[in-house]
Ligand binder design. Sequence first.
Ligand code: ADP
Ligand code: ADP
Length: 226
Amino acid sequence: MATLTLTDIAKSYPNGYQAIKQLNLTIADGEMVVLVGPSGCGKSTLLRMIAGLEEITNGSLKIDSREVNHLEPGERDIAMVFQNYALYPHMSVYDNMAYGLKNRKTPKAEIKRLVTEAATMLELSHLLDRKPKQLSGGQRQRVAMGRAIVREPKVFLFDEPLSNLDAKLRVQMRLEIKKLQRRLGTTSVYVTHDQVEAMTLADKLVVLNKGNVEQVGTPLDLYDNP
Ligand code: ADP
Ligand code: ADP
């Protein structure tokens, strides 16, 4: 768990386009914040900056009291779940989930404990020897979640993680993500363009427009009392 504090954050791309402008936002310990807003408003850019995948042009980003501007992505203790899952096709489910831990030189027994535990939580225990192409969309999505969970990060980032699933699975996985986030209590930032998903998942909704925060509030604040 961790508090994220963004102060006067700005992002200009090399072509000069300013995608994020002087943005201020605090994300509390254990909170799930959902970023919404029209296409091109800067949701992905903001998420990628938090992840360390995109350089911050200006401003300060703190995890608890630590300035993360100059940390490597691997040092940030943040795990991201992508829209396309980004699984390794030639690796088993077990090895996909274990990969990040092996890179960190986590002891084998500890890796096994973490992967087994996450697999149980995500109902993947019977699928550990399969390759991604032998899984359904929902199962792949769970493996991507599992890979994030085993790292026991302080922060989860979700980049439209359900948009490749059919409508029925989307509803099911949405509920599962909510349950999991509550259970783990991990501070989370979730990007979606689906209003129902946003309302169901968010403790706090952040509406972006043209690179800045337009509105912040609970789903009730924003949708029932416009
Ligand atoms: P969203 O996720 O809300 O759809 P993005 O964060 O992807 O928005 O993009 C925000 C704005 O920045 C858009 O206008 C987009 O065209 C622009 N943008 C994104 N990536 C780049 C890039 N690498 N170079 C220049 N402009 C970019
Ligand atoms: P290596 O990287 O040394 O080739 P693996 O990644 O294949 O090893 O496996 C490392 C350990 O992870 C194994 O000794 C085993 O305990 C555990 N493991 C691998 N696959 C599974 C699985 N499908 N179910 C449970 N444990 C597994």
